[in-house]
Design a protein around this ligand. Structure first.
Ligand code: PLP
Length: 484
């Protein structure tokens, strides 16, 4: 696209948003105001939350239409509602873009979020893999043909299935078998961690656990592991023990789409089922998606109404737009920049003597261990927020402060890379974060006892860091040309 075309589209989007906010303000001005303020806040802060991004105006605008008004339970050409011809077009296009982009035999674009995509995957695996002898005694062909009475007795048998996933404090997600999540209740679960010295995944340990536990589902993928995973090895482990390999690429889908993760690091050819969100590094609308090998397609297709409500047609439309964007060559440059910038950020910390889990990164995540500053993750997160740096606290392996206070701060590069930040800016970001944390001390509670939540940030530091980030943010405006 030429500069003139970009400027024209930005001006058109400005008019669209100004008009939309005027229409909204006529009904509920406080919502229009909060929406404007959110843009101002995002424009003026350093967004380093690894799971967030800035979707394009085209993607965002696609969500604000009457496609939202349509019910379309079922699948393309097989709906439980009438007059779904346009939703069929939308869903088919989104699925086609997903299949082409990821080289997947089958794509299901209905899940409303990443958690929903994982639920669809778990259900499909159970439906597909429940042993036939167990079903034969009910006189049915598959799990979807069971009567209410069959269900009653089968629930106990489903309870006997096993899932092996990455531990939460090693970087896994709560949907990978963590007890408080349904995944930890549907399945007997065990977890694999990371090496206590290197912080890296040890495939021999995963294989040994799998051999002993014999899971039905082996889950790979993560929310806070700053390294790449060898999915060919994970598939070998799954095959050896007869498990279904499910990869949750919610965090790094953009790096797969942008061909930064190729060969053994691309999960799609190796996993039986791959799930993802669409709003993180993939830079689409908030939502989820399931990619599957042909063998699982029919079971995944039953996601709605088995575990999902009616599809969000306006969001599926926005998925189609974002996936079309991700198929452009410029997305590959973006994805490579995400990974290069994460390296710059990590090097920026290491040269300033900070401690990083695994000693660095080779994806989009940097996990900073803040124990060396004498802080908890919660104190560090709050002090950074005072200085306009938006991060989130995160457990480190075997975290002494637990999952609420934590000892880590997770940082990610997808959002600021979208704004155009490069090597020098990320080095400066590391300097600013170290400045804040070195000038923060733990506080006390009302009774004067040490607290894991309160903190004292030295005078003047927040203001200094805010003005340094304002200088960088001004050079890389969010939604350039969008006048709001
Ligand atoms: N899977 C992984 C690996 C995630 O990191 C997340 C979100 O943080 C999810 C699933 C859930 O996504 P959502 O919040 O869209 O349900």
């Amino acid at each position: 696209m030429t500069d003139a075309q970009s400027a024209h589209l930005a001006a058109t989007a400005s008019t669209a948003y100004q008009s939309a906010l005027e229409v909204i303000a006529a009904v509920e001005p406080r919502i229009a105001e909060a929406t404007r303020k959110e843009l101002a806040d995002q424009r003026s802060s350093l967004k380093l939350i690894a799971s967030e991004n800035y979707a394009s105006p085209a993607t965002l605008l696609t969500m604000g239409t009457w496609l939202s008004d349509k019910y379309a339970e079922g699948t393309v050409g097989h709906r439980f509602y009438a007059a779904c011809q346009n939703v069929d077009t939308v869903e088919s296009l989104a699925a086609e873009h997903a299949r082409e982009l990821f080289g997947a035999p089958y794509a299901y674009v209905q899940p409303h979020s990443g958690i929903d995509a994982n639920l669809v995957a778990f259900w499909s695996i159970l439906a597909h893999r429940v042993e036939m002898p167990a079903l034969e005694k009910y006189g049915v062909k598959g799990v979807n043909d069971l009567s209410e009475a069959d269900w009653e007795s089968l629930r106990a048998e489903f309870g006997g299935q096993r899932l092996l996933g990455m531990a939460l404090d090693a970087g896994g997600h709560l949907t990978h078998g963590f007890r408080p999540n349904i995944s930890g209740k549907m399945f007997h679960q065990q977890q694999y961690g990371t090496d206590p010295v290197t912080g890296l995944l040890d495939y021999d340990v995963v294989a040994a656990k799998a051999r002993e536990f014999k899971p039905l589902v082996l889950v790979a993928g993560y929310s806070a592991y700053p390294r790449r995973v060898n999915f060919a090895k994970m598939r070998e482990i799954a095959d050896e023990v007869g498990a279904t390999l499910m990869v949750d690429m919610a965090h790094f889908a953009g790096l797969v789409a942008g061909k930064v993760f190729t060969g053994d690091e691309n999960p799609v050819p190796f996993a039986h089922i791959t799930t993802t969100t669409t709003h993180k590094s993939l830079r689409g609308p908030r939502g989820g998606m399931v990619l599957a090998q042909e063998e699982f397609a029919a079971d995944v297709d039953r996601g709605c109404p088995m575990v999902l409500g009616g599809p969000l047609s306006h969001v599926m439309a926005a998925k189609a737009v974002a996936l079309a964007e991700a198929r452009q060559p410029s997305f590959q440059t973006y994805a490579q920049n995400i990974a290069d910038n994460a390296k710059s950020l990590a090097e920026g910390f290491l040269t300033r003597d900070a401690t990083l889990v695994t000693g660095g990164t080779d994806n989009h995540i940097v996990l900073l261990d803040v124990a060396s500053y004498g802080l908890t993750g919660r104190q560090a997160e709050s002090a950074l927020l005072d200085a306009g740096v938006v991060t989130n606290r995160n457990s480190v392996p075997n975290d002494p402060n637990g999952a609420w206070y934590t000892t880590g701060v997770r940082l990610g590069t997808p959002a600021l890379t979208t704004r155009g930040f490069g090597h020098d800016e990320f080095d400066k970001v590391a300097e600013m974060i170290v400045d804040v944390l070195s000038n923060t001390t733990p506080g006390t509670n009302k009774a004067g006892a040490p607290s894991k939540a309160t903190y004292n940030l030295a005078d003047g530091v927040a203001e200094k860091v805010k003005s340094q980030s304002a200088e960088m943010l001004d050079k890389h405006p969010l939604y350039p040309g969008l006048e709001l």
